[in-house]
Design a protein. Structure first.
Length: 248
């Protein structure tokens, strides 16, 4: 197995980040600094940026209903870190993040390949949020103009956001489905139109939903949910490969 692939499977980082980590001399195999490309059998002692890289014996997938105030980082000595609120015998890491002042669905796993496919911007995986706003700068309540402008895309720091789906739920509440994850994207998009987000909840990632999961509670995915999730990812990967072939 290539060393880069091993680091991805171990949940250390993405393939691109692994190449850079090796180039920077931050990866060792049995005490010897690794070079790219390198292959491993899997039973070596592999250290990546100070962390021991180990392949999981069994993959675990957990949904967590994150409250406001929990950080989506992996800092063990931070009492607000998500890793101190979702505890399993196997070390898990969060797939992406939502802001500390937002709440809702988080997926945690030790499946490095699945994590990288979910986070890759190539695949455009949909994520759905419920958002409440308060009028700002004397703007009226949100309406069809707000819906149209948000749906078509908003320019943020010179980058036009991808078109998205937005459904008005009331005069100050809407549901939005994004296929990208820019930093604090919904808050920034909403603020650019004169409104302030006062509550933001993620309710869906692909086929995964919170359903009746209580706040600050977690549960492992069912076999059906895992199969459907992997089927979605496999379909997306096949579609991207086809598009790249068409461009060649």
């Amino acid at each position: 197995m290539r060393l880069t692939q091993f680091l991805v499977h171990a949940g250390i980082c993405s393939r691109r980040a692994a190449i850079k980590m090796i180039a920077d001399g931050l990866v060792s195999i049995n005490g010897i600094v690794a070079e790219h490309p390198a292959t491993v059998e899997g039973d070596e002692k592999i250290i990546a940026d100070g962390r021991k890289a180990i392949l999981p014996d069994q993959c675990c997938y957990v949904i967590y209903n994150k409250p406001v105030g929990i950080d989506c980082n992996c800092v063990a000595d931070n009492p607000h870190s998500i890793v101190n609120h979702v505890t399993r015998p196997t070390r898990l890491f969060p797939v992406g993040r939502i802001d500390k002042d937002s709440h809702g669905l988080m997926l945690l796993t030790n499946d490095g390949i699945l994590c990288q496919r979910l986070l890759s911007p190539d695949y455009s995986h949909p994520k759905t949020y419920l958002v409440s706003v308060e009028p700002h700068y004397r703007q009226p309540d949100i309406g069809t103009d707000f819906q149209q402008r948000m749906s078509q895309g908003i320019e943020l720091d010179g980058v036009l956001t991808r078109p998205c789906q937005l459904k008005l739920l009331s005069k100050n509440r809407f549901e939005i489905t994004l296929t990208q994850g820019l930093n604090r994207q919904i808050r920034r998009m909403t603020r650019s139109l004169g409104y302030k987000v006062i509550d933001l909840q993620r309710i869906r990632i692909l086929n995964l939903t919170l359903s009746s999961l209580a706040l600050n509670q977690s549960r492992e995915l069912s076999n059906t949910e895992i199969s459907e999730l992997k089927a979605h990812l496999s379909h997306s990967q096949t579609r991207i490969i086809g598009l790249r072939a068409d461009l060649c």
